[in-house]
Design a protein around this ligand. Sequence first.
Ligand code: PLP
Length: 406
Amino acid sequence: MFTQDFANRILKVEESPTFVLEKKADELDIKLKQEGKSIIRFGIGQPDFNTPDNIKDTGKKAIDENKTRYTASTGIKELKSAIVNKFKRDNNIDYETSNILVGNGAKHVLDDIMRVFINPDDIVIIPRPFWVSYSQQVILSEGIPEFVNFKKNLKIDMEHFDNVISKYTRIKGTGNSRVKLFILNSPNNPTGVVYTKEELEEIGKICLEHNIYIIADEVYEKFLYGSAEHHSMASFSNDLKSITITVNAVSKTYAMTGWRIGYCSADNKIIKQMTKVQDQSTSNPCTIAQWAALEALNGNQDSVEVMRKEYEKRRDYIYKRISSIDGMECALPEGAFYIFPKVSNFFGGKIKNSFDFADLLLEKANVAVVPGGAFGADEYIRISYATSMDNIEEGLNRIEEFCSRI
Ligand SMILES: Cc1ncc(COP(=O)(O)O)c(C=O)c1O
């Protein structure tokens, strides 16, 4: 009855597949609990660790000290200074506080960026497989997401990237393009892929040539394994710095997903426009959480390494187990806390795609994973290993058994 009254842009937006999956798993879990069983959840991308004590204590202290009022809508100056130091210390990028904006998580900051840049029908290039919210945020801002294919190693197919840009070049020879933004996410959700410096430089060069702004989503930068290294696009040159908006958050690094603090750095002309969005929509992110985030960035960093080491142990185990399952193929992830196995060998009969695979796995083996189709890569599934080793072992036992029966 109401459908025709809603704005077209919201009707085009899809529900978040991870939230849909969680809902499905919750419903099944209630039933299973009565039978003394439970679901192994590999769905949601959220650290299973608690927020470190020093950060929690700072949050509690902020309440006791009545740091509970509005702040500037883009964050307190103390936190912005800590972010400036963080970018210098960790990423070798020089910024001032006027280049920083703090929002309600990286997701919110990304949405601010889309609102600031996208005119109706502007193109935003997103390499597949992609984190689900990028494309939906583009649609919410009435832009058009254009996806770029990936190679066997799950990294961007540069030839296809070139073709997509050429498709939208307005005036031949001028480099001007209808493409407004390019979204880069390394370490990557859902694949765990980490781009090398050379690969990033190649992407950056193309974006510079075509006047395309780069959103560099670096929320998983601290979770790197083996010899993988993280490089920030904005650190390579002043030219690249001027077209790059670097997005980060305390959410994953410090197990602070519920505190909702994300941030970005960019040219201050961009920050000025983003400030208008937050001034008129959300105002400041939670004041208490901002003070806790300040402690996260400035305080002792040992907990980050403890979590990284544990994730690496889990990655090694899960990779070994999945590689030994007949019919499953997977690359060794170098970062984040996801593994992205190919399951298309199991397609046929009842299982037509990754959604069917995930549904059946949930129903028959009580294991929740996210279908690759949700990330634009239907031959795969995403397994999050941000869960305990016991869960991982049990979940892998169930997946192994499930795969041997289909
Ligand atoms: C790649 C990526 N970017 C951004 C976010 C959002 O982070 P936040 O919780 O800070 O909004 C996520 C969360 O899953 C993510 O995977």
